[in-house]
Design a protein around this ligand. Structure first.
Ligand code: SF4
Length: 82
């Protein structure tokens, strides 16, 4: 699955953008968003999602509307970094 930022809890601290290896996090209309088509849950780069590691507000959760298997995340990683 991709991850999702719960915007009501987000403190706009900016900590999550740089650690993302897929450039999946951006700011749009003052809201931080994760591009579900780029988020691999850090599969292919790290053992754990880096944005979760750095988020002080614990406002990043799994996107229940975009479930993906580990294999699908690996394929997405390979597609992004071909
Ligand atoms: Fe980026 Fe990894 Fe967070 Fe997905 S889990 S948004 S790839 S840092």
């Amino acid at each position: 699955m991709a991850l999702l930022i719960v915007t009501d809890d987000c403190s706009d601290c900016d900590a999550c953008i740089k650690p993302c290896p897929n450039d999946a996090i951006s700011v749009c209309d003052d809201l931080y968003v994760i591009d579900r088509l780029r988020c691999t849950e850090c599969v292919g780069h790290f053992d754990d999602p880096q944005c979760l590691e750095v988020c002080p507000s614990e406002c990043i959760i799994a996107d229940p509307d975009f479930m993906e298997t580990a294999k699908e995340l690996q394929v997405k990683y390979e597609s992004l970094h071909a």
